[in-house]
Design a protein around this ligand. Structure first.
Ligand code: ATP
Length: 284
């Protein structure tokens, strides 16, 4: 147990977290390639869970199966006890938001407008209200702007609200992606390599931001190659190698697992599908 006020992972909590996301036996095949092979994973309320693995291990494909971008060949994804339909907008409405490995912002829109786009799924006003622009439309619009500005303040971007997204430095574009994802008021946030391209200082700031998001009651599942980031943050970490989850546990369990060490050193995984190899540079 830590005695400082610094944020910490919550693995030392005594009560087990209530399940929020329950993934059961998800498999994703592309023709002859099994990118994700019978993977099960649970994310509990208030947890930060890591997903690591060498290049091509199937991490992003797994995220795409959770968020309805791909329809899994087999398996089920349930959120708060309800099986999710494989449609991205319904998954967002259910309470799951995500960021992408390759930043997907509207480059020629302002920072604020990008967050307002993310707010769209939470706005109840329909087409008629938008055309008529009655009082309820104006009220909803004002609320959305207020919430968007609050999220920009939370992510440290409030002063850049009127800047074009394309003019932000790279680290701030990643933050904006997170602000936009949070605009849908998710219960679970999926982050796909949130520190890619960041310098060490930005990476430490990203750690603080992830803890702060968790402290707002949002659970997190995060893909990362930066092991320090993962082990600083996560209550548990699952390791994917060639589509299979080979181990899941705390830092010690993962770091001491022979199969993980072997996978990161580039030796073939016994019994795994052919066609993908581990990349030694992922140990960075
Ligand atoms: N749409 C697709 N069609 C065919 N194959 C695909 C498709 N998407 C992913 N793959 C393949 O599935 C495997 C897993 O890829 P994926 O991008 O999920 O891995 P990853 O663990 O996220 O890798 P990285 O760390 O490099 O991002 C790879 O062999 C990839 O080429």
């Amino acid at each position: 147990m830590t005695t400082s006020n610094a944020p910490t992972a919550v693995s030392d909590r005594s009560a087990p977290a209530r399940p929020l996301l329950e993934v059961a036996g998800v498999t994703m095949r592309f023709g002859g390639l099994t990118a994700v092979n019978n993977v099960s994973l649970t994310v509990g309320e208030g947890e930060i869970i890591g997903l690591i693995g060498p290049n091509g291990a199937g991490k992003t494909t797994f995220f795409n199966c959770l968020t309805g971008l791909y329809v899994p060949t087999e398996g089920k994804v349930a959120y708060k006890g309800t099986v999710l339909p494989p449609k991205p907008h319904l998954v967002t409405q259910a309470g799951i938001a995500r960021t992408f490995q390759n930043i997907r912002l509207f480059a020629n829109m302002t920072v604020l407008e990008n967050v307002l786009v993310g707010r769209h799924s939470r706005t109840r006003e329909g087409l008629f209200a938008a055309i008529l622009r009655g009082p309820s439309y104006h009220r909803a619009e004002a609320e959305s702007r207020e919430r968007a500005m609050e999220l920009l303040a939370f992510t440290g971007l409030a002063e850049k609200a009127d800047h074009l997204a394309r003019n932000l430095p790279y680290g701030e574009q990643r933050k904006l992606e997170i602000a936009r994802a949070l605009a849908s008021d998710p219960g679970l946030l999926l982050l796909d390599e949130p520190t890619a391209g960041m310098n060490p200082q930005e990476t430490r700031a990203a750690e603080e931001l992830v803890f702060a998001i968790r402290d707002r009651g949002v659970s997190i599942l995060v893909i990362e190659h930066d092991m320090r980031f993962i082990f600083n943050l996560c209550d548990r970490t699952a390791v994917l190698v060639q589509g299979q989850k080979i181990v899941e546990g705390d830092r010690e369990t993962v770091q001491n697992d022979e199969r993980v060490i072997t996978a990161y050193l580039g030796a073939p995984l016994e019994g795994a599908a052919e066609g993908t190899t581990a990349a030694p540079e992922d140990t960075q």
